[in-house]
Design a protein around this ligand. Structure first.
Ligand code: ZN
Ligand code: FE
Length: 256
């Protein structure tokens, strides 16, 4: 069993780009390179050689560095087959259930539409690592730009079924404001209160709050809890079906 070495690169205002390297073969991917220069600098500093770009979706703050990185390193660009026309430099077109190998480390592709219609996630089971782009955030989820609440709820359901110890490598540091919103939905959730305090302390110390774990997200993320009776009661949504409750919580967040 081989686990990836993962290196987090903060870029732009609040994006996280990740380097993920198989120590055996040296195969190294960058996930969602918003920009190229900080990625090249990090590769240089780590002494790692880029072999792959893994894109979760087509937004510029996820693919903006693709072409420059490909030109400089000759790496292979992986993205969702149905979004090939909007993933710059795409070489390998993947779908639900496909595998992406970085040496001995094998990732599985999930289709998780909602934020965009062509959003995918990469799960490296042995590394307990999920690269989920803008689908799931710590205590939040992506805005529904192209998808429906029903699609997003099902996409989040796929993620929610992964093991507790799964590390959620999302693409933005939105955790603090997500916590503020989550507390308006479930003000008396003790796990949420504790996590909000921890997050504030981390941010005040200039430290990332990402990755979190799926176990923690299940207890604190309102968008994973739209079928939890205690959330529905707290939010004034008792009796609502999960999709309509999810849609209402997402609507409240859009207006928060
Ligand atoms: Zn996005
Ligand atoms: Fe984004």
């Amino acid at each position: 069993m081989t686990a990836l070495d993962i290196h987090q690169i903060p870029v732009l205002n609040d994006n996280y780009v990740y380097l993920a390297r198989d120590p055996g073969s040296g195969a190294c991917a960058v996930v969602d390179p918003a920009v190229a220069k900080p990625v090249l600098a990090a590769l240089d500093k780590q002494g790692w050689t880029l072999t792959h770009i893994l894109n979760t979706h087509h937004h510029m703050d996820h693919v903006g560095g693709n072409l420059e990185l490909k030109a400089v390193t000759g790496c292979t660009v992986v993205g969702f087959a149905n979004d090939a026309d909007r993933i710059p430099g795409i070489d390998v077109r993947v779908r639900e259930g496909d595998q992406v190998a970085l040496g001995d480390c094998v990732g599985q592709v999930f289709e998780v539409p909602g934020h965009t219609r062509g959003h995918i996630a990469y799960w490296f089971a042995e590394s307990h690592a999920l690269f989920c782009g803008d689908t799931l955030f710590s205590m939040g989820c992506g805005r529904l730009f192209e998808g429906t609440p029903d699609q997003m709820w099902r996409s989040l359901g796929k993620i929610r079924g992964l093991p507790d110890e799964t590390l959620i490598y999302c693409a933005h540091e939105y955790t603090n404001s997500n916590a503020d919103f989550a507390l308006t939905v479930e003000p008396d959730n003790p796990d949420l209160r504790a996590r909000a305090d921890q997050v504030l302390a981390l941010r005040q110390a200039g430290r990332p709050t990402v990755p979190s774990t799926l176990a923690l997200e299940r207890r604190t993320n309102p968008f994973l809890r739209a079928d939890a009776p205690e959330l529905l009661a707290a939010a004034g949504l008792a009796g609502r079906d999960p999709v309509s409750a999810f849609a209402e919580i997402r609507r409240r967040k859009d207006n928060f």
